[in-house]
Design a protein around this ligand. Structure first.
Ligand SMILES: [Zn+2]
Length: 267
C-alpha cells in the first residue's frame, strides 16, 4: 500500500477542501480494498449521483469517505439528519471510511473503517437548523458521534502511516457482523453496552461496574425504562459471540482484546 497522495492532481483546484477531496478519493480508488470481502478494489461512484462515494462490486457494500487533516474528534458532521436517520432505521446506511492525511508531505496518516452495522440511532445527533439568513435556511444536518462508538467499531487499516494487514482488517470486520441481523435499536444496545464495557479499561469487571452507566444508557434510549435488564441481556449477547465470558457471581471477563486477537488474559 502506497500512502503517498498524488499532489499533481491539485493544480486544477483552488480551494483546499476540493484539493483534499480529490486527492483522498483518488487514493481510496487506487490503494484501498474492501474490508467486507476479499475484493481488492473499491470503485468510485459518479460524482453528483452519490449516496455513497465508493462501492464494492463484489459484495455491493457502499462506503462514504470522510477525510480531514486534523485528528477525528468526538463528532464528525455528516449530511442531512432525516435521510440519515431513516437509512439507519432501514439498514440502508453506508459504511464509513475515515481518512486523516498530512499536508506537509501529502501522505495518508490514519485510516479506519466504521461498518454500517455499528450505526444506530444513539450515535446520530440532530444539528440545529440553519438560520433564516443561510442559503439553505431551515436545513438540518447531523453529526456522527464517534465518541459513543465502542473502539471495536473503528477498524484500523492504517495507523500512524503503518498499514495493517488486510487479513487482520477483514477479520475485525467480520467479528461483529452478527449485528447486521439485528434491527437498529437492538444493535444500538449491543454497541452501546460494548462501549461501556470498553470504557472500564479492565480485563474483568462486575455487573455493578456497568450499572454505573445506567443514567447514560437511559438518556441514549429514552423509550426504554428497563435499562438494567436490557444491559444484562446485552452481556449475554456479547458472551454468545465470544466477546466476554461469565465468571459467575455477577463477574465477567473480556475475551476479545481490541486489536482483534482472542487472547484470554490471566486475571
Ligand atoms: Zn466487498
Amino acid at each position: 500500500m502506497d500512502l503517498q497522495l498524488d499532489h499533481g492532481l491539485a493544480a486544477k483546484y483552488s480551494s483546499s477542501s476540493q484539493v483534499a477531496r480529490v486527492l483522498t478519493e483518488k487514493w481510496v480508488s487506487d490503494q484501498l480494498y474492501c474490508p467486507a470481502c476479499d475484493s481488492n478494489v473499491l470503485s468510485p461512484n459518479p460524482a453528483g449521483t452519490r449516496v455513497v462515494d465508493f462501492q464494492c462490486h463484489t459484495c455491493h457494500e457502499g462506503f462514504q469517505l470522510k477525510s480531514q487533516r486534523r485528528p477525528f474528534g468526538a463528532k464528525v458532521t455528516d449530511a442531512a439528519y432525516e435521510p440519515m436517520a431513516e437509512r439507519i432505521e432501514h439498514d440502508a446506511a453506508p459504511n464509513f471510511v475515515f481518512l486523516r492525511y498530512q499536508t506537509d508531505r501529502w501522505r495518508v496518516r490514519d485510516v479506519f473503517f466504521v461498518p454500517r452495522y455499528f450505526l444506530s440511532p444513539s450515535i446520530i445527533e440532530r444539528r440545529r437548523a440553519l438560520g433564516p439568513k443561510a442559503r439553505r435556511a431551515g436545513w438540518v444536518g447531523c453529526n456522527i458521534l464517534l465518541s459513543r462508538l465502542p473502539l471495536d467499531a473503528r477498524i484500523q487499516a492504517v495507523r500512524g502511516e503503518i498499514p495493517i494487514s488486510p487479513d487482520a482488517v477483514r477479520t475485525s470486520w467480520l467479528r461483529f457482523a452478527f449485528l447486521e441481523t439485528k434491527d437498529a435499536e437492538s444493535r444500538g444496545w449491543t454497541a452501546d453496552v460494548l462501549a461501556c464495557v470498553r470504557e472500564l479499561h479492565r480485563e474483568s469487571f462486575a455487573l455493578a461496574d456497568l450499572y454505573s452507566f445506567e443514567g447514560r444508557l437511559a438518556i441514549m434510549h429514552p423509550m426504554n425504562r428497563n435499562v438494567r435488564p436490557k444491559l444484562r441481556q446485552q452481556l449475554q449477547v456479547l458472551r454468545d459471540h465470544g466477546v466476554l465470558e461469565f465468571l459467575g457471581g455477577g463477574e465477567y471477563r473480556i475475551l476479545l482484546s481490541l486489536n482483534g486477537d482472542e487472547s484470554p488474559q490471566p486475571s
